[in-house]
Design a protein around this ligand. Structure first.
Ligand SMILES: Cc1cc2nc3c(=O)[nH]c(=O)nc-3n(C[C@H](O)[C@H](O)[C@H](O)COP(=O)(O)OP(=O)(O)OC[C@H]3O[C@@H](n4cnc5c(N)ncnc54)[C@H](O)[C@@H]3O)c2cc1C
Ligand code: SF4
Length: 521
């Protein structure tokens, strides 16, 4: 690193801020400013981060450092192996401050509350001003979201999404949604049916270069007891770790998957991890891609007539709608959001979540795939693993720690609202108008998992009963009074009321047996 005295701005770049055109670099002067980056043990151990997730972050950081070097940007970088690395973000920053003596710290808004608090603490302790700039890789600001949600008891995606569509003129014509409708969900959500999926395009995976190979070896040695699998093969780790590769994944999706994305967005299939999804969440969250360029690319596919409106709108809603919405929820609800537990769920997370060893085929498929690839698509997360923990009544914070650990795209601002709000209903309905609860019959409809399972999805009790179905009715019984007050749960509660007392008792006993078996494992 060239010596710079004195340093004017120390630019703090975190592992999920890997873009050279970020707001933190505006006005950067290589003669007076310096970038700070640090790999630290603590960021992979404050939750038991999976090997794939750790490798992705470190490899992407090292590739970004190389880019900075090429651009002749002065950089202070601590690697995990540095002998004097203190292995915590705040202590490493303190160490750099002592050496470089910057006049100010400057950064783009971080994604995690915890990290923001740490950095503010350092600024206070050292009496150095900390300037935090907007992250313009999003469409909206947290302030705009706060303004939108002011005075609302429930904050629904749909209105926020429409507001952003209008404001950014996306899929709009004469101030009206193109095609006349805001939402094409009714055309999406098909299952693959008996015949199975149409030909699935090979996913674009990247061969590990020397940097990634070194990182894989480092992670496999240093974090050997962490969950998941990691190997320098296409299956073992093939994620984009550079912007150039992320752009290739994006264009591959636009060309080969987007037309069928909407239709099969919710479908699942045995041994098929990738299906018609985009696999870009990790690149978006590391800021290798911007939300704007992803949405623009999808809109272009519609304008050029290469993808139908239902697919394009369905995809854009995920990025412009859900992604911006969960970020707003996170920053307006933290820090209390982490503690929410509206359903008083207190069961520990079953041990098989870390191994995939279970007789329930849907869970075995989803968990082993997650451990192998660091990936599961939305419905696997929401309606298999998330559904099971919700029905079982697992402590939401434990569920959160599992999701944050497991996925390569897991960063707290997006993971937490998806888990606490959408999946576990732990915020009592702030985010979702009803809990996403269903019996095994839903999984049977949307996948072929049940076909080879030892359980029968339509049976709630008895020796072949599907645990999802048993726990679904058990959940309704346990929460009958609160669910009965939710207009969107009326049908489900009415069906429960029609059930005979004997059936209810049998389900109750079966659910108890299931819980007991989990404890004894
Ligand atoms: C319990 C649970 C936990 C989740 N944890 C994360 C997480 O840690 N990180 C993460 O990025 N997403 C998370 N999601 C959202 C979603 O499942 C993933 O973004 C998606 O599966 C990533 O795969 P993909 O890139 O192939 O997505 P696609 O299905 O192809 O969707 C395209 C993009 O839309 C965005 N998106 C889709 N759904 C959501 C959503 N609900 N919230 C925010 N963005 C969304 C993502 O950026 C995604 O890359 C979670 C969902 C659930 C139900
Ligand atoms: S029968 Fe039940 S446990 Fe088995 S795969 Fe289907 S939903 Fe899952």
């Amino acid at each position: 690193m060239p010596k710079i005295t004195p340093v004017r701005h120390l630019i703090v770049v975190l592992g999920d801020q890997l873009n050279l055109d970020s707001s933190a670099f505006k006005g950067f002067d290589p003669k007076r400013d310096c970038v700070w980056m640090a790999e630290v043990h603590e960021e992979s151990t404050h939750i038991w981060s999976s090997k794939q997730r750790i490798a992705l972050f470190i490899s992407a950081m090292r590739h970004f450092a190389k880019e900075l070097e090429k651009a002749k940007v002065p950089l202070h970088y601590s690697t995990l192996e540095d002998s004097d690395n203190t292995q915590s973000l705040d202590r490493e920053l303190l160490r750099a401050i002592k050496t470089l003596k910057p006049q100010a710290l400057l950064m783009t808004a971080p994604g995690d509350w915890r990290v923001l608090e740490k950095l503010k603490g350092i600024a206070k302790q050292t009496n150095i001003p900390l300037e935090i700039r907007e992250d313009d890789y999003f469409f909206s600001t947290v302030r705009e979201f706060a303004q939108h949600s002011k005075g609302r008891k429930q904050i629904r995606l749909e209105y926020w999404y429409r507001e952003l569509r209008k404001k950014h003129n996306i899929l709009m014509e004469d101030n009206q949604p193109i095609g006349g409708e805001w939402n094409y969900d009714h055309d999406n959500r098909s299952a693959f049916g008996k015949e199975g999926p149409p030909p699935i395009p090979e996913p674009l995976r990247f061969k590990a270069d020397e940097i990634t190979k070194d990182v894989i070896q480092l992670v496999n040695t240093r974090f050997a007891d962490h969950p998941g699998e990691l190997a320098p093969t296409l299956e073992g780790f093939g994620w984009p770790v550079r912007r150039a590769d992320a752009l290739l994944v994006l264009s591959d999706f636009m060309k080969n998957r987007l037309p069928l994305y909407g239709q099969f967005q919710d479908a699942m299939w045995t041994n098929e991890a990738w299906l018609f999804h985009a696999h870009i969440a990790s690149a978006l969250n590391l800021k290798l891609l911007s939300a704007q360029e992803v949405v623009d690319a999808a809109q272009t596919e519609f304008i050029k007539g290469r993808a139908p409106i239902a697919a394009v709108e369905g995809f854009i809603r995920q990025i412009l709608g859900w992604r911006e919405y969960v970020r707003g929820i996170y920053w307006t609800q933290m820090p209390g959001y982490l503690e929410r537990n509206a359903l008083s769920a207190n069961t520990p997370l079953p041990a098989f979540f870390w191994t995939g060893k279970t007789s329930m085929n849907c869970l075995e498929q989803t968990i082993t795939q997650s451990l192998r690839t660091g990936y599961a698509h939305h419905i696997q997360r929401l309606m298999v693993t998330g559904l099971y923990t919700l029905l079982l009544g697992v402590q939401p914070k434990e569920v959160h720690a599992w999701y944050l650990s497991m996925y390569v795209d897991a960063v707290e601002w997006v993971e937490l609202p998806n888990v606490i709000g959408m999946s576990q209903f732990a915020d009592g309905g702030l985010m979702a108008s009803k809990p996403y609860v269903a019996s095994g019959k839903y999984i049977d409809r949307m996948s072929n998992y049940c076909k080879t399972c030892i359980y029968k999805p339509d049976q709630a009790h008895g020796k072949d009963a599907c645990p999802m179905t048993t726990l679904y009715w058990d959940f309704l019984m346990r929460h009958e009074s609160s669910m009965g007050k939710n207009p969107r749960m009326v049908m489900q509660v009415r069906n429960l009321k029609r059930m005979s007392e004997e059936a209810k008792q049998a389900i109750n006993a079966q659910a108890k047996e299931h819980r007991k078996a989990l404890i004894s494992k």
